[in-house]
Write a new protein. Structure first.
Length: 222
């Protein structure tokens, strides 16, 4: 979040890679050390373009294209298998104990990187308005709003501070228990991977883990 300029300068880098937020505020100083590439945006296509950009900057274009081809192969395999079954309505949500108290939960929209992939493989009815002013790819939903859509499968990420998984904290909530996913035991706590990276390796891992839960009959068919 706060780059140590002296330490970076001592490394004498050829290239500095950061995120538009917050590193755009430090760019004038970073530019004095080395060329700066600031990543931004969310969504599957944006992720691929970002990898191509970095591949070109590092003279590793072929390596980047091989990584993209591997991810697209994984995606195509899941797409073929998903067409053999009726699409399930899926939700990717997260929150902490504070979110439970407030009754507002963070969900990944169809413009988020993982959400844009799930939209290709499932029924993922969580659109992001064009005039959305929050963090790209994420919105807050109340439990009544989630009940209105009533997903078949829910993936939950629990954020600190929380002594228990978020799904366990909601276990006695009457609205939570109205959800189809809860009634059919299709609620899964997953790792906090939203902000841990959106590269091709991470997305391959996410796809394989999530889709085996959404369409368990397809396990071993890939």
């Amino acid at each position: 979040m706060r780059p140590q300029m002296n330490s970076i300068k001592q490394l004498q880098p050829d290239l500095i890679i950061g995120w538009a937020f917050p590193h755009r505020f430090y760019k004038p100083w970073l530019d004095r050390i080395a060329p700066v590439y600031l990543m931004s945006g969310s969504g599957y296509e944006t992720t691929l373009q970002r990898l191509r950009d970095v591949g070109a900057l590092c003279d590793r274009t072929l390596v980047a294209e091989r990584a993209i081809a591997q991810l697209e192969h994984t995606l195509a395999a899941h797409q073929r298998l998903s067409t053999t079954q009726a699409p399930k309505t899926v939700l990717m949500m997260g929150g902490s104990t504070l979110n439970r108290w407030l009754g507002k939960f963070l969900i990944e929209t169809d413009r988020g990187t993982v959400g844009s992939l799930l939209q290709r493989l499932t029924h993922y009815p969580w659109p992001e308005p064009a005039n959305h002013r929050g963090e790209p790819g994420f919105m807050t939903y109340s439990l009544p709003q989630i009940v209105t859509i009533n997903p078949d499968v829910i993936f939950v990420q629990t954020y600190p501070p929380a002594q228990r998984p978020l799904s366990q904290q909601l276990a006695r909530h009457p609205l939570w228990n109205q959800l189809t996913a809860v009634q059919t035991h299709q609620v899964y706590e997953v790792d906090q991977f939203w902000h841990m990276g959106t590269g091709t390796r991470m997305l391959n891992l996410i796809l394989n883990q999530l889709m085996d839960k959404v369409y368990p009959q397809n396990q071993g068919s890939k």
